[in-house]
Design a protein around this ligand. Structure first.
Ligand code: ADP
Length: 191
């Protein structure tokens, strides 16, 4: 199996690149952001719980996020591998993910971090907000909070996988195809 973590700040292009990686390598894409939006769209108890955090640009508590992720992985056992997008965002989530992979006799192959400067991120998200229908994409204060949360709470996840020699940095500025080529090269090194 090849199991990837697509990592990087909000608006760094994880979702766009994940779709292309799915086409190329046949992996299952699991985006916690998409899962939360599905739950919120259906107004489920989980969606209601997540909404108050997401609309402030804060992380949803680990117990909520981890349970949802575990269900999704366990519902899809027979896949050639997973692409985790937006997960893990905390060390606790990383530890659970490693355990989960271990239970399946596999492991994370690599974490790929897309690096994009803050100004570019803010512009991309504001642009996306015009069509995405996402309330958290429309307000510059919420966007800035998501960037701050990424820097303060989520970047330790990079160090956690770097300590396992499993973390790579990728220049996230350029055309979609250029960035995809950079990612594919790294994926194939780890296959
Ligand atoms: P972004 O474009 O900001 O990376 P996502 O679509 O991945 O956004 O996630 C949207 C929101 O969902 C996040 O700002 C956060 O509130 C919540 N969220 C997504 N994944 C996680 C996670 N792994 N842990 C906690 N909260 C999460």
């Amino acid at each position: 199996m090849v199991n990837l973590i697509l990592f990087g700040p909000p608006g760094s292009g994880k979702g766009t690149q994940a779709k292309k990686l799915v086409e190329k390598y046949g992996l299952l894409h699991i985006s916690t952001g998409d899962l939360f939006r599905y739950e919120m769209g259906n107004d489920t108890p989980l969606g209601k719980k997540a909404k108050s955090f997401i609309e402030k640009g804060e992380l949803v508590p680990d117990e909520v996020t981890i349970g949802m992720l575990r269900n999704k992985v366990e519902a899809n056992p027979e896949v050639p591998g997973y692409i985790f997008d937006g997960f893990p965002r905390t060390i606790a989530q990383s530890q659970v993910l490693d355990e989960l992979m271990n239970e399946k006799n596999t492991s994370i192959s690599t974490l790929l971090m897309l690096e994009v400067p803050d100004v570019e991120i803010i512009n991309r998200i504001l642009e996306r907000g015009k069509t995405s229908g996402r309330a958290d994409d429309l307000d510059e204060n919420i966007i800035q909070n998501r960037i701050d949360v990424y820097k303060n709470e989520t970047t330790p996840v990079f160090d956690y996988y770097e300590a396992q020699q499993k973390a790579d940095k990728i220049d996230g500025v350029g055309s979609i195809e250029e960035i995809f080529d950079r990612l594919s090269t790294k994926v194939e090194e780890r296959m």
